[in-house]
Design a protein around this ligand. Structure first.
Ligand code: UDX
Ligand code: ADP
Length: 491
């Protein structure tokens, strides 16, 4: 039972780190990661290891394996043909048009990858869906493969969802709580499951490799993300109660987290969860439940998203009301743009929503993030999907004409390389990402360089509330009632 070659279609946040770790743990297996994007592959192959994604520990793994048994290429057909196992790790964004718009996942990239495999494969293949997909996607992939197969080639489709979290991907991959493999419950299906399991058994104990039918595996991934997102929405809901009552959400989280039935993880109140998975997967689940005629279940999970939206709006409204209900032309510094620390990824970042709400009120934004590229920030803020203003601007009836998002961003947004420069002359700052370096800034120096009263809004609960208050800041923290509370909040 030997796998000699693996091909991974998609060299992104999932495919890149996953295959790098497989290559490092399975020196006897050749792993080729392919992508349509030449610039992305060039980055993976760059001499100075200037990789296209920032992930702690990834560079070291790539340095160890690249050129040995790990390769990055745009020669998709050759890699497909050579491989015994093909991972599909392409993006599955939420649909932005047509049926299921805003909720259903867009499977066009998965379908294109499946068609390509069917088109070029000349030998039997195990095709593994790694990207998060709706339940029964494996069945659709199987149908595409069977309908288009040539030369009597046989395919087995497996579900092997990825549970890595960005920022801790390498550790999550090296020491996963479990690996999940779902497959068809036939002799050939079970053989395929065993082959893939053999790869993981190079470093993961057999008892931590869970084998299920395909649908259970697909649904488990959606369920895991829905439960995690639900936990954040639950603690965020309690943060609103804390701010209204004088309880502290950190103390509440600690008190409940010591109950072994609840556990301490994922109880960090914040200005809302972001990332490429949680919102997409919960919406995907909602859409699935509606399609299955389970409206009560759909409504139950929809609340997780609604609470996240509410939390983002609520925190932005707090900023505005504290700044005397007007922020037009005021300078607000945004500390952190990534959706969490230790990543340069901004997908669905709550910072984007915070910036948008503040820009809609006419605030000038100074933005600092240690990892996110400037052009990414500009692209995210200029994107019309997140701008109600631009939606209005699209209307032919809109009078007077509304400036385009790009113009607005050019006018209102400045991006900085240095946090102290970003904070000079600001009325307020908002911590949107929990980067460790924000804990250690010289807040006395910052206070002296800001306009007074100087406001500090901690959307991540990482700052020392008492120390900042003693310096003279008016501090507002998610889930903590401030003594001289701002005006009543009406989101
Ligand atoms: C998530 C899942 O954790 C992972 O298993 C899955 O494979 C992909 O989706 P990821 O989105 O990379 O991973 O990061 P995660 O650590 O889960 O954080 C998601 C968001 O929730 C971030 O914005 C984070 O800041 C926020 N969060 C997390 C909180 O606000 N509070 C918490 O207690 C935990
Ligand atoms: P994820 O977070 O799921 O890994 P990314 O967007 O980071 O998503 O990466 C997905 C990658 O898949 C992108 O680099 C994209 O160019 C690539 N991709 C999409 N469709 C195909 C395809 N048909 N063939 C090869 N690569 C593809």
């Amino acid at each position: 039972m030997v796998v000699t070659k693996i091909c991974c279609i998609g060299a992104g946040y999932v495919g890149g780190p996953t295959c790098s770790v497989i290559a490092s743990k399975c020196p006897d297996v050749y792993v080729t990661v392919v992508d349509l994007s030449q610039p992305r592959i060039d980055c993976w192959n760059s001499k100075d290891f200037n990789l296209p994604i920032y992930e702690p520990g990834l560079k070291e793994v790539v340095q160890q394996c690249r050129g040995r048994n790990l390769f990055f290429s745009t020669n998709i057909d050759e890699a497909i043909n050579a491989a015994d196992i093909i991972f599909i790790s392409v993006n599955t964004p939420t649909k932005t048009y047509g049926l299921g718009k805003g909720r259903a996942p867009d499977l066009k990239y998965i379908e294109a990858a499946a068609r390509r495999i069917a088109d070029v494969a000349t030998g039997n293949k195990i095709v593994v869906e790694k990207s998060t997909v709706p339940v029964k996607a494996a069945e659709s992939i199987q149908r595409i493969l069977f309908a288009n197969m040539k030369n009597g080639v046989r395919f087995q489709v497996l579900s092997n969802p990825e549970f890595l979290a960005e920022g801790t991907a390498i550790n999550d991959l090296m020491n996963p709580d479990r690996v999940l493999i779902g497959g068809e419950q036939s002799t050939s299906g079970l053989q395929a499951v065993e082959k893939l399991s053999w790869v993981y058994e190079h470093w993961i104990p057999k008892e931590n490799i869970i084998k299920t039918n395909t649908w259970s595996s697909e649904l488990s991934k959606l369920t895991a993300n829905a439960f995690l997102a639900q936990r954040i929405s639950s603690i965020n809901a309690m943060s609103a109660v804390c701010e209204a009552t004088g309880a502290d959400v950190g103390e509440v989280a600690h008190a409940i987290g010591t109950d072994s039935r609840l556990g301490p993880k994922f109880l960090q109140a914040s200005l809302g969860f972001g990332g490429s998975c949680f919102q997409k997967d919960v919406l995907n689940l909602v859409y699935l439940c509606e399609a299955l005629n389970l409206p009560e279940v759909a409504a139950y999970w929809q609340q997780v998203i609604d609470m996240n939206d509410y939390q983002r709006r609520r925190f932005a409204t707090k900023v505005i009301s504290c700044l005397f209900n007007t922020i037009t032309d005021k300078t607000i510094t945004i500390l952190g743009f990534a959706f969490k620390k230790n990543t340069g990824d901004t997908r669905e970042s709550s910072s984007i929503y915070m910036c948008k709400y503040l820009m809609d009120e006419g605030a000038k934004l100074h933005i600092y993030d240690p990892q996110v590229e400037h052009k990414q920030i500009i692209a995210d803020l200029s994107h019309r999907d997140i701008s109600e203003q631009s939606e209005r601007g699209d209307s032919k009836m809109a009078t007077p004409p509304v400036e385009t998002e790009k113009e607005k961003v050019n006018k209102l947004v400045k991006i900085f390389e240095d946090p102290y420069e970003a904070l000079k002359g600001a009325h307020a700052f908002v911590v949107c990402t929990e980067w460790d370096e924000f804990k250690d800034l010289d807040y006395l120096r910052i206070y002296n360089s800001m306009l007074k009263p100087a406001f500090a809004f901690d959307g991540r609960r990482i700052l020392n509330y008492d120390a900042l208050t003693n310096i003279g800041f008016h501090v507002e923290t998610v889930g903590h009632k401030t003594l001289n509370n701002c005006l009543p909040i009406t989101p």
